[in-house]
Design a protein around this ligand. Structure first.
Ligand code: DO4
Ligand code: MG
Length: 283
């Protein structure tokens, strides 16, 4: 199932399911409420959706932020290019980033924020005014409930002020958490539609003044941790609320010559999930 928050003909924003090009309104307050119901009653999100179907339909809709996560956490250096690039920029070949990349060691997991810092499709992602090198980080995002159950997948952009992180690793929270640092969407996709989350092909582009200045792609088959392992580490001794989103790390690296500038449009695409596009602004 592909689930969206969409502006409806009556002017409200409602949860809806997209099937055969038509949106069917779901009788619930929001997808966030439906995810909470699924987690609380320990049933798949698809079951809750089936209980909420109505006869109210419309053909087109512009999607907005599909979920208001209570918490967003992000995993780092789960793909080799991220660990190699970061160690390389610090002039080391096997440094602290490669250490957390190795599966025998504890993964890197950091707090990315709450829904306060999240935008949906079309919403502006932020470039800190004190950063000269802010880059998108396209990532598979997993929506989990309080007990760590995977409820849905979506796409996430872990927008990061890399120059601030590079100056000193202790600045990581400032490089990662600020207004518009995270975009999510366009849809929540139920796990039955993503039979193998390690076989997704993700593409990221940056467009500037109508010209594509960056294109990169990666398969989630290159993710060096399992989703279960990341969820297990996150929820160890840490009772996360429903809904929590985990960003699983970036396998696509944008270097300084294509750092984000205000007005750029960054798009992340995975065929099974959709396209998440966001313009960048200075914050
Ligand atoms: O180690 C810093 C953050 C890495 C990260 O966000 C990623 O690899 O996606
Ligand atoms: Mg990241």
């Amino acid at each position: 199932m592909r689930l969206f928050q969409v502006p409806w003909t009556d002017g409200s924003v409602v949860p809806a399911i997209l099937e055969n090009g038509t949106y069917t309104r779901l009788a619930a307050e929001s997808l966030t409420a439906m995810v909470c119901t699924a987690a609380a009653s320990a049933v798949p999100l698809a079951t809750v959706v089936d209980q909420c179907r109505t006869d109210d339909r419309q053909g087109t809709a512009g999607a907005v932020l599909p979920l208001r996560p209570a918490e967003v956490w992000a995993c780092g250096c789960t793909y080799a290019p991220s660990a190699d690039f970061r160690d390389g920029e610090l002039g080391t070949r096997d440094g602290m980033y490669s250490y957390v990349h190795r599966p025998e060691n504890r993964p890197e997991i950091f707090f990315k924020g709450t829904s306060r810092v999240c935008v949906g499709p079309g919403g502006p992602i932020g470039i800190r005014s004190d950063s000269k090198f802010t880059a998108p980080e396209p990532e598979l995002a997993v929506v989990i409930g309080a007990h760590g159950t995977v409820l849905a997948y979506t796409l996430g952009n872990d927008v990061s002020a890399w120059d601030i992180e590079r100056e000193n690793a202790l600045y990581l929270p400032q490089s990662k958490v600020y207004d518009g640092c995270c975009s999510l969407g366009p849809a929540l996709v139920t796990p039955d539609e993503v039979p193998d989350p390690y076989e997704l092909v993700m593409t990221c582009t940056i467009n500037r003044d109508g010209e594509e200045i960056f294109r990169g792609s990666v398969s989630t088959g290159k993710l060096r941790r399992t989703i279960e392992e990341l969820v297990d580490h996150l929820t160890r001794c840490n009772s996360v609320p429903t809904p929590t989103v985990i960003l699983t790390g970036t396998g696509i690296i944008v270097e300084q010559d294509t750092a984000l500038r205000p007005g750029d449009v960054c798009s992340i695409h995975v065929p099974e999930i959709g396209t998440l596009s966001n313009p960048a602004i200075e914050v």
